[in-house]
Design a protein around this ligand. Structure first.
Ligand code: MRU
Length: 342
């Protein structure tokens, strides 16, 4: 099942809001539909957001009707800014959009139709390369996974969150393909339940044993079920190794430390923000209060209750035992090691 695919100038987006009970694709023919799909999490997960935004920019470019390159670039920049404002934390969004913008800027001497074609080629490259990158992450990560292992994960860092294979779940997949006996525990991941809805679905489709827990069961799970390792994905990693990921990740890292369980992050190099020194500078998205006060449209809290709803948290590098990338397994000192792979 692909998180998205491009066909006949349309981006087909698997609507993850409908999963696991419905498999439906949104047919995005314009940039606004893509922007809306990113905002409402129909497409989500840092690498998938990056790829969808790249295709969104292509759709925007196709709709620009001018022969003047300056006007084309000006309108393209406005479309880029619209896509960039959809979700602030996942750096892959900025990374992908900037890659396309620089292609457009470098080729201003070409015909606008040729530039549009080059933008589509680049979006395809970002999408296709992501699968390869995730397979490499899986290969490296597999070295950290013993046989007969219990792995705890959070949110969904799988094929659904990427162009395919996944990052944290890519490591799980790779171990499974190597015939290692793996049992996954998935935190449900309130408020939007990516763990309950998506990770469980993805692992069941793959035939990998999985057990669902609510987020507040993780500590007791570590005590009772002897969790061997925690693997999560990332939305943005600062130069010092601080990791922004789905809200609840930080709590898991603290619990892992207390229980002496290795805590690993699996992410592509494109998730490292080489411009940010530390996690304190990572912008953390805050979302609508209804995501906390309601489940599936049903109110679960007193009307008008005050709510805080950060979508991500930051796990300090001190609690991250290793960051698994397509270029190898990174360990402390992260800054020094990241500079080598920049
Ligand atoms: O809000 P989401 O569902 O986009 O959050 C996704 C995550 O936090 C993932 O763990 C992260 O993007 C890595 S996906 C390979």
């Amino acid at each position: 099942m692909k998180s998205m695919f491009w066909k006949n100038n349309t981006l087909n987006i698997l609507d993850q809001v409908k999963l696991p009970h419905g498999v439906e694709y949104i047919q995005a023919k314009d940039v606004d539909t893509v922007a809306e799909a990113i905002c409402c999490l129909s497409v989500r997960g840092a690498p998938a957001i990056g790829a969808a935004a790249a295709y969104g920019l292509v759709l925007g470019a196709l709709s620009i009707n001018t022969k003047d390159t300056n006007i084309f670039l000006k309108e393209l920049k406005q479309i880029k800014d619209k896509l960039l404002s959809t979700r602030p934390t996942a750096v892959n969004l900025k990374w992908a959009l900037e890659r396309l913008m620089s292609i457009a800027k470098q080729n201003v001497n070409l015909q606008i139709d040729d530039i549009k074609e080059m933008l589509l080629d680049e979006a395809n490259r970002i999408f296709n390369k992501d699968v390869e990158v995730n397979q490499k992450i899986g290969e490296y990560g597999c070295e950290l996974v013993p046989d007969n292992v219990i792995i705890l994960t959070h949110c969904n860092a799988g094929a659904l969150a990427t162009a395919g294979f996944g990052t944290a779940l890519g490591v799980v997949r790779a171990a499974h393909y190597k015939n290692k006996k793996v049992h996954v525990y998935s935190c449900e991941t309130r408020p939007l339940l990516q763990g309950a809805r998506l990770t469980t679905w993805e692992m069941l489709e793959e035939g990998i044993p999985i057990t669902l827990i609510t987020d507040n069961m993780a500590g007791y799970l570590m005590v009772r079920k002897k969790v061997d390792l925690v693997i999560v994905g990332a939305d943005r990693i600062a130069l010092n190794g601080d990791v922004a990921n789905k809200i609840g990740t930080y709590s898991l890292s603290v619990l892992a430390k207390e229980h002496k369980i290795p805590f690993y992050v699996a992410a592509p190099v494109s998730t490292i923000d080489f411009e940010l020194e530390s996690g304190e500078q990572i912008p953390i998205e805050e979302r609508a209060k209804e995501e906390v006060t309601h489940i599936k449209g049903m109110s679960i809290a007193p009307e008008g209750i005050d709510v805080w709803n950060p979508a991500f948290d930051v796990t300090p590098a001190t609690l991250v035992d290793a960051i698994i990338t397509e270029q190898g397994i990174m360990r402390k000192p992260y800054k020094e090691n990241f500079e080598k792979i920049k």
